[in-house]
Design a protein around this ligand. Structure first.
Ligand code: ADP
Ligand code: ZN
Length: 771
């Protein structure tokens, strides 16, 4: 029997330490068990990663206590954590923080228990009648329990019967009632009921895709069963393909990841739902990743409704869960009671066993990238986990990332396509408004034709969405006399004016101040508020269309917990005519009565110092446009721009992903940007500008010494966002074709270097945030 354990101590630098096992627990611990161990003068939580028969470390200490003998991490998840540490150049301890939710690591929150009451024996109606005269409350409680015919929470019982605990205790004493403590689950969707919604009959394109997905699942496709056949010829071909694939499955390696490129509204989600159903029927589990932003009530509702009969099998993981809810969902998944996990990025670490399918919806979304250590990409981890699990994976999007599409072109992924909206609904018609031409309407926020179009919708009782990815009222304050710009004292950005709050706010660090009435520098009252945010759009739209109901949806308007859900609900039933919002409304939402979408300023994302600016703009325009025309009436999109001929806008206008891809991939190839290389961004920051700069130069010198082949290193330079949260920031950018070698080289160099105390160095492998 092993005598020692190698453990990872939480909050340590990620080194493993050996401890001796107390005899009593030696047989119970496994890799993945949680223990408490002595560290210097205190004790700390730790995870067992290996059991050892002997150790050559002298004087090992004894494990203090066992927190949970049952492994909380499978060997596979432990391996995934180790891989992340290696690839993303962080400590294994940091990687494990992502793999294991805080609430589980800390083991402070337990299961919730509740006191339940039930009848100790059958109670006759006469008995209750007799009791009524002497003790009416006791009688009422008894009657309630008889009626319920199952255990009732004492809290509920006392409330419903207006009784106290003493009343229940009296019944216990009389031997009529038993009470017992039971573990109950916290259910974030407790108050909602979900009606079962049946499968939809898939169209020909969906069937073809579904056949390939089920082939990847290793199942025979129900598409082969005799069903109404919209296109027999295609079906014949399909059948041959299926048979081929099945043979491949029997003999060969696991199926390739599938990239599903389907235009907005083409029925991708329906395919996910049916594939997951197939997986469940085979006794397996499934993970469905969605960007946090689209974890709207709509998505959850759709899943909960489809699987209404086995609703308790659906676990939902997102950032708004309480610690207790997260704890319970995690245990529900680990014990196999929940078999479908829907969640944001970190749900990829859900402790499911026997996974059949992983779906990454909107795989191009940047929210899959974690912007703090460990800086992993949820989609990439999903692909890796699927490979480790030997399960199928589908990456879906209307605007696939260049990375994934490149993989499909290389044959690493299987590319499947849905080119039509379901029911032959047309793609919305996109018009580009050249704002340079709005001469008689100079400085206007809404072009003449957009105003006409909105009026038209109002008359027809149809709905409009106006999109602008910028919060606040005015986006800058400039003194017309001395030229002073109100900047954040902590960051190198202009402050945004929020009119409702009467304050100027920094969107980087949150710094706030009362909005100045005159220039803080020269005291001139002629300070000018300029630039447009959603708050101003809402204001102008309200004045322009006085009879319309206008509502704004952005981070400022949606601070209340239920505001998001309520506003969407009101919009859905037509109580709102015009919805103004930020990216919060850009994605995943589905409103049949929206026939007009206006993009107030398409140029915003286009001119950022980021090689992905074109890709982001194309994706954003396509997604926002996709919100409209989902009902019976064809949709129309107005895109306002000062650079109407930029390729991203033009390709989005023509719904031409392939055209966009061809020109964008050429640009990436020329400059050796991702997906042709891996990009690593190192940020060196300090409150002292010179220290940051000096540290960046030192690091640059060290890295240069032994750079892996096929790697380029930029000169240290101030970051585009030079100052943030009071820190001066410098960049080093690396591009490489040998990412693991570079990560290891970086880790080695950083370990040997010591920086001044207030200098912080972060390494971002496969960086997306380049400011
Ligand atoms: P996507 O995920 O590609 O945006 P969805 O799966 O959300 O598309 O489908 C768009 C709409 O069409 C949804 O309301 C969905 O219920 C409906 N839908 C999907 N597939 C079908 C089908 N085969 N027949 C009828 N309606 C469908
Ligand atoms: Zn700031």
């Amino acid at each position: 029997m092993p005598k020692f354990a190698r453990v990872l101590v939480d909050d340590s630098a990620g080194k493993a330490f050996d401890y001796e096992l107390p005899e009593a627990v030696a047989g119970t611990l496994q890799p993945g068990s949680r223990v408490r161990v002595p560290v210097r003068t205190r004790t700390a939580l730790a995870t067992v990663i290996e059991l050892l028969d002997e150790t050559d470390v002298p004087g090992v200490k004894l494990i203090t206590a066992v927190v949970s003998a049952e492994p909380i991490l499978s060997p596979l998840l432990l391996k995934l954590g180790a891989w992340m540490a290696d690839y993303y150049c962080c400590s294994i301890e940091q990687a494990m923080k992502a793999v294991l939710p805080n609430v589980i690591r800390k083991a402070e929150v337990g299961h919730r228990t509740q006191l339940f009451a039930r009848l100790a024996r059958e109670v006759a109606a006469e008995e209750i009648e007799t009791l009524k005269k002497k003790a009416p409350l006791q009688a009422a409680a008894l009657a309630f329990l008889t009626e319920a015919a199952k255990p009732v929470a004492v809290a509920e019982l006392t409330e419903k019967c207006d009784a106290t605990h003493a009343v229940i205790q009296a019944l216990v004493k009389k031997g009529l009632v038993l009470t017992e403590t039971t573990t109950v689950e916290r259910d974030p969707h407790q108050s909602e009921t979900f009606l079962h919604a049946g499968k939809l009959e898939m169209n020909a394109e969906q069937l073809a895709v579904f056949a390939r997905v089920s082939a990847a699942l290793g199942a025979s496709s129900p598409a082969l069963a005799p069903a109404p056949d919209p296109d027999p010829q295609r079906r014949g071909k399909q059948r041959d393909q299926d048979q081929e694939q099945e043979q491949e499955q029997e003999s060969g390696p696991p199926a390739k990841p599938i990239l599903l490129h389907g235009v907005t509204g083409s029925g991708k989600t329906e395919i996910y739902l049916q594939a997951i159903e197939l997986v469940l029927n085979r006794g397996q589990t499934a993970i469905m990743l969605v960007p946090e932003i689209s974890l709207t009530p709509q998505t959850v509702e759709r899943f909960k409704s489809r699987f209404a009969a086995t609703q308790h099998e659906v676990a939902v993981l997102h950032s708004h869960l309480s610690e207790g809810e997260r704890h319970d969902e995690w245990h529900r998944i680990r014990t196999g009671r929940a078999r479908i996990v829907i969640g944001a990025r970190s749900a990829i670490f859900a402790p499911c066993a026997n996974i059949g399918l992983i779906v990454v919806d909107e795989e191009h979304e940047n929210t899959y990238k974690q912007e703090e250590t460990p800086r992993y990409h949820g989609r990439d981890i999903a692909v890796l986990r699927a490979r480790m699990e030997g399960c199928a994976i589908v990456l879906g999007s209307a605007t696939p990332s260049l990375e994934s599409f490149h993989n499909a072109q290389l044959g690493k992924y299987e590319l499947l396509r849905l080119t039509q909206r379901v029911d032959d609904k047309k793609m919305p018609f996109i018009r580009i408004m050249d704002m340079r031409m709005e001469s008689k309407n100079k400085g206007a926020i809404l072009s003449e034709r957009l105003i006409t179009a909105i009026n038209d919708r109002l008359a027809k009782k149809e709905q409009t969405i106006l999109f602008l990815n910028r919060r606040g009222f005015s986006t800058s304050l400039i003194c017309e006399k001395c030229g002073h710009v109100c900047e954040c004292p902590n960051c190198s950005v202009a402050l945004t004016f929020h009119r409702a709050a009467g304050r100027v706010v920094c969107h980087i660090c949150g710094h706030q101040a009362v909005a100045p009435g005159k220039c803080p520098e020269c005291r001139d009252p002629g300070i000018k508020y300029s630039g447009t945010g959603t708050e101003k759009v809402e204001d102008i739209v309200g004045k322009c269309f006085p009879t319309a109901v206008v509502k704004r949806m952005d981070a400022d308007a949606m601070t209340r917990k239920d505001a998001f859900r309520e506003t969407l609900g009101a919009f859905k039933v037509g109580k709102i005519d015009i919805l103004v919002g930020t990216q919060m409304i850009a994605k995943g939402l589905h409103f049949p009565n929206v026939t007009l979408v206006g993009i107030i300023n398409a140029d915003l994302s286009l001119h950022l110092p980021d090689f992905r600016a074109g890709e982001r703009t194309f994706q954003l325009l396509t997604q926002v446009a996709g919100r409209c025309g989902r009902g019976d009436v064809e949709g129309e999109v107005f895109v306002q721009s000062f650079t109407p001929f930029s390729p991203s806008i033009q390709f989005a206008r023509h719904h031409d992903f392939d055209g966009f891809w061809e020109q964008e991939i050429e640009f990436r190839r020329q400059w050796d940007y991702p997906p042709f290389s891996h990009l690593v961004l190192i940020v060196i920051r300090s409150q002292h500008q010179q220290r940051a700069e000096f540290s960046a130069q030192t690091l640059h010198r060290r890295l240069k010494d032994a750079l892996p082949p096929n790697t380029t290193l930029s000169e240290p330079a101030p970051a585009p966002l030079e100052k943030s949260h009071g820190n001066y920031r410098f960049h080093l950018m690396l591009r490489t074709h040998a990412i693991l070698r570079l990560s290891r080289h970086l880790a080695g160099v950083l370990e040997k270097l010591t920086f001044p105390e207030d200098v912080i160095v972060t390494v971002d492998v496969d960086a997306y945030q380049l400011l």
